[in-house]
Design a binder for this molecule. Structure first.
Ligand SMILES: Cc1cc2nc3c(=O)[nH]c(=O)nc-3n(C[C@H](O)[C@H](O)[C@H](O)COP(=O)(O)OP(=O)(O)OC[C@H]3O[C@@H](n4cnc5c(N)ncnc54)[C@H](O)[C@@H]3O)c2cc1C
Length: 330
C-alpha cells in the first residue's frame, strides 16, 4: 500500500431525521486540529435524504468540503446502503483518516467499513493526535480501563477510529466560515440490500440524555439506596439538574443504565458535576473527569475522587445533601 496516496481527514457526520448529532460536530472540531497539524483538509461525509442546511452546519463547525450524498436509499440508517456509500467515497478519495461517532449507528458502520477497505479500526478512542511520522496516535482505555493503550495503524490506510459522544470538545460555530459542498452520486448495488425498514417505532418512555445536562448530581454506593436518590432528586429539582449514577448503583437497579456515567456508561462534560458518595474508580473517572467543575462529597478523605475534584467535602452525604438543598432553596 502506497500511504503517500492517502490524505485528508474525513468525518462521518451522523444525522437522524435531518438533525446532525452532536458527536459529528465534536469530531469535526477534532478533525480540524488533526488536519491543521498535517496541513491537510477536513471533509464531512453527510448522508441522508431531503437534506437542507446540514452541509452549511458542517462548514460552520470546521469542514472545508462537505461530500453530500442525498438519496432515498439513505433516508433512514440501514447498514448496507450506508456502508456502500461511504465505501465508494473512501475508494474514490483515499482519505488518510476516517472518524466515526461511536453511537449505535457508528458502531454498526465502522467495523463493516474497515473490513471492506481492509484496514484496522480503533474503537472508542479518548485521544487522537498526530505523530512526528504523521501517523495517527489513537489512544483508548484497555484492560477494563486500567491502562491507556496508544494504537498506530502503521501499514494500512485509512486510519479509522470511532469516538464516543461527549469525548471530544465541539469547536466554536462560525457561520462565516467558507467551504465547498459537493454532491456525490452513489451507484448502489441494490442486489445486496437485505434489510428494508418497514416502520419506525419511537421509544415512548421519556429517557433523559445525561450528556446534555449542564449540572449533574451523580450518586454512588455511598448514597446507598433509592431513598438516598430521592434526596439527590430533591436537590436536583431546586437547581434544574439531572441525576446520574455510578455503575454500582445502576447494577443495584436504583437507576437505569441510560443514567450511568463511566467507561461502560456515558461520557459527560457538564459545567458542574457533583460526585456524591462515589469513590472515583478509574472506570468512573473516564466518564466525567473532563467536567468543567467537580464537587465531591465523600466520608473517606483518601477517596480517589478527590484527586479530580475542584472542591472536596469530607463528610456524610446523607447529612450534607439535605442541608445543601435547604440552602439552595433559599
Ligand atoms: C470493565 C469495567 C467497567 C466499568 N464501568 C464503570 C462505569 O461505566 N461507571 C462506573 O461508575 N463504574 C464502572 N465500573 C465499576 C468501578 O470499577 C467501580 O466499582 C464503581 O465505579 C464503584 O462505584 P461507587 O464509587 O459508587 O462505589 P464504591 O467504590 O463502593 O465507593 C463508595 C464510596 O462512597 C463513600 N461513602 C460511603 N458512605 C458514605 C456516606 N455516607 N457519605 C459519603 N461518602 C460515603 C465511600 O467512602 C466510597 O468512597 C467498571 C468496572 C469494570 C471492571
Amino acid at each position: 500500500m502506497d500511504k503517500a496516496q492517502y490524505k485528508n481527514v474525513y468525518v462521518f457526520v451522523e444525522q437522524r431525521e435531518g438533525v446532525i448529532q452532536n458527536v459529528g460536530l465534536e469530531l469535526l472540531g477534532k478533525a480540524r486540529e488533526l488536519a491543521d497539524a498535517l496541513n491537510e483538509k477536513v471533509y464531512a461525509m453527510l448522508l441522508g435524504h431531503d437534506l437542507t442546511t446540514q452541509a452549511q452546519e458542517c462548514i460552520a463547525y470546521g469542514a472545508d468540503t462537505v461530500l453530500r450524498v442525498d438519496a432515498p436509499e439513505l433516508a433512514t440508517y440501514v447498514t448496507e446502503p450506508y456502508a456502500q456509500a461511504i465505501y465508494q467515497i473512501i475508494r474514490d478519495n483515499k482519505p488518510s483518516i476516517v472518524l466515526i461517532g461511536a453511537t449505535t449507528i457508528g458502531r454498526d458502520l465502522g467495523p463493516r467499513l474497515s473490513a471492506r477497505v481492509e484496514t484496522g479500526l480503533t474503537a472508542d478512542c479518548t485521544g487522537l493526535e498526530v505523530s512526528e511520522e504523521r501517523d495517527l496516535l489513537m489512544t483508548r482505555p484497555a484492560f477494563g480501563g486500567n491502562l491507556m493503550a496508544t494504537i498506530i495503524c502503521k501499514e494500512h490506510r485509512p486510519q479509522m477510529s470511532t469516538v464516543r459522544p461527549g469525548v471530544m470538545r465541539m469547536g466554536q460555530r462560525d457561520e462565516n466560515r467558507k467551504g465547498t459542498i459537493e454532491d456525490v452520486k452513489i451507484n448502489f448495488d441494490k442486489s445486496k440490500f437485505r434489510v428494508r425498514v418497514l416502520e419506525t417505532v419511537k421509544q415512548t418512555k421519556n429517557l433523559v440524555d445525561i450528556t446534555e445536562a449542564h449540572v449533574l448530581i451523580s450518586g454512588g454506593r455511598g448514597v446507598g439506596n433509592a431513598e438516598g436518590f430521592d434526596m439527590l432528586r430533591a436537590m436536583a429539582n431546586t437547581i434544574g439538574a439531572e441525576v446520574s449514577a455510578s455503575r454500582a448503583m445502576v447494577d443495584a437497579g436504583v437507576l437505569g443504565h441510560e443514567r450511568q456515567v463511566g467507561q461502560t456508561g456515558k461520557t459527560v462534560r457538564p459545567d458542574l458535576y457533583f460526585a456524591m458518595g462515589i469513590s472515583g474508580a478509574i472506570q468512573h473517572l473516564a466518564g466525567m473527569e473532563e467536567s468543567e467543575y467537580i464537587i465531591a462529597i465523600n466520608k473517606d478523605k483518601f477517596a480517589p475522587i478527590f484527586n479530580v475534584a475542584d472542591l472536596g467535602i469530607v463528610g456524610d452525604v446523607r447529612k450534607i445533601v439535605p442541608l445543601l438543598t435547604e440552602k439552595l432553596k433559599r
